[in-house]
Design a protein around this ligand. Structure first.
Ligand code: ARG
Length: 471
């Protein structure tokens, strides 16, 4: 990046934009700590959109001439093209994206450029830009999470009847279906999307026209700029509007929970793809080998999704700490809001995409999952339920009897279904041959038809409903 000092011209004054009041330029250390152009250049498109809307409004209100507004809008369009084709020269001496754009505008159109900042401050400008940028980022993220849900729903449909162990304490607990397990994540990601949508609604108010902190004496039309920029309305208090970063915190909070959900899922993929579980095979394109152990096939993408959740959670923490001691209204501390927001948005986007790609190409080993589901007496609850339903034992007693039968099977080193009827009757005389009908894995999952339960017929319906609701 160039560190050229801005050229003096009519619009910008002698050395810096505030050169009128300052005799000396900044020390180079000051420039280093102060410059944000290295990262806030990402706001360029939104900054330019905001400036165009502002210039048009100023002209419509008779605050600047129509000719000046046209020159400003055309000049801004050229600048946008220069940035996009890589010919724009960013300058750290010009601090941030706002002043880089304004300075270039002055080079291009001369004096009229100096009228753009009428009735505006960088404080309302940056608050507007960041809202606009985040709104787009959130819309993109929502689409990404929706795509991930679509993949999960597809797996659920294909595996509505595929039996796997359901776990509590990471101990096989009861058989469930893979489809049901996938739909659990569809629920989580649905809540994430709801939180993002909720944050978006609150965020979508225009701070533009709040000026530095107190509003302006010019007869601006804030509703016009808000409408031009797609905001639902305008913020109601100028002090709040320039100092508020709640919208960024809300994005990072919703994003952190999304990252946690992605991380939990990633952890399951790591476990499931291990030799011990062997439930899933990650495709070559989402695995990596080892430089020393030729047999290895590592679930790196899943591990990175799990690891990167820390960056998003860190970003939330960073912004909260930045804000907590700030008096109203704007403080330069707030320039530190952007890097965590950008990093979290980038991280979430890549994690959602990688998770989606990984799952779309993953192959599940149904036989292996079913085999695992059969170990650990996972139909013990079905046996206890049978004792309640058929001979009518109280559940507590049924639980006790079942415990004795599990103990017996453990001693004999066999499954519950391998015990003889005589063995069972020795523990509880009321048991009949009918009991064996509930000890199978398929029978077990098929019986879980309560609302929200794992039965394949439930999963099929739930997947169809999720398709309608989420996609
Ligand atoms: N680059 C600044 C930021 O990101 C823009 C606002 C500067 N305002 C000011 N009064 N210095 O926060």
């Amino acid at each position: 990046m160039s560190t050229k000092t801005p050229k003096g011209n009519a619009a910008t004054g002698p050395s810096t934009i505030w050169g009128g009041r300052f005799a000396a330029g900044p020390s180079s250390l000051m420039e280093d700590i102060n410059a944000s152009i290295g990262f806030d250049k990402r706001l360029y498109a939104h900054d330019i959109a905001g400036s165009k809307a502002h210039a048009r409004m100023l002209a419509a209100q008779g605050i600047i001439s129509q000719d000046d507004a046209t020159a400003i809008v055309d000049g801004l369009a050229s600048i946008e093209a220069e940035i996009e084709n890589g010919t724009f020269e960013f300058s750290a001496a010009l601090e941030d994206i706002h002043m880089n754009v304004e300075n270039r505008l002055a080079e291009l159109i001369g004096e009229a450029a100096g009228r753009l900042h009428t009735a505006r401050s960088r404080n309302d400008q940056v608050a507007t830009d960041l809202r606009l940028w985040l709104r787009d980022a959130m819309d993109g993220l929502d689409a990404g999470v929706q795509g991930l849900q679509e993949t999960l729903i597809g797996i659920a449909e294909a595996h509505s009847g595929t039996v796997m162990p359901g776990y509590t304490h990471l101990q096989a607990a009861q058989p469930v279906t893979l489809g049901h397990h996938m739909l659990a994540y569809v629920e989580m990601f649905g809540r994430d999307r709801g939180r993002l949508a909720d944050a978006r609604t609150r965020m979508n108010e225009s701070p533009l026209g709040s000026a530095a902190l107190a509003g302006t004496s010019f007869p601006i039309d804030r509703d016009a700029t808000a409408a031009a920029l797609g905001f639902d309305g305008v913020t109601r208090n100028s002090l709040d509007a320039v100092s508020d970063r709640d919208f960024a915190v809300e994005f990072l909070a919703a994003g952190s929970l999304l990252a946690v959900h992605l991380s939990r899922m990633a952890e399951e993929i790591v476990l499931w793809s291990s030799g011990q579980f062997g439930f899933v095979k990650i495709s070559d394109s989402f695995s990596s080998g080892s430089s020393i152990m030729p047999q290895k096939r590592n679930p790196d993408a899943a591990e990175l999704v799990r690891g990167k959740s820390g960056r998003v959670i860190g970003a939330l923490n960073s912004l909260l700490v930045q804000l907590k001691g700030l008096p109203l209204a704007y403080g330069k501390d707030m320039q530190e809001d952007k890097e965590p927001v950008f990093d979290a948005a980038d991280t979430l986007a890549i994690c959602v995409a990688a998770m989606n790609g990984m799952l779309a190409e993953a192959t599940f080993d149904a036989a292996r999952m079913k085999d695992a589901a059969g170990h650990g007496f996972t139909t013990a609850t079905d046996l206890a339920d049978w004792l309640v339903r058929v001979p009518g034992l109280p559940f507590r007693q049924a639980h006790h009897v079942t415990g004795q039968l599990v103990k017996l099977a453990e001693d004999k080193d066999c499954g519950l279904e391998d015990l003889s009827l005589a063995d069972m009757q020795a523990v509880e005389a009321a048991i009949t041959d009918d009991v064996f009908s509930v000890l199978g894995l398929d029978e077990s999952v098929a019986s879980r038809t309560s609302a929200g339960g794992t039965a394949p017929e439930n999963v099929k319906k739930a997947a169809a409903q999720a398709r309608k609701r989420c996609l």
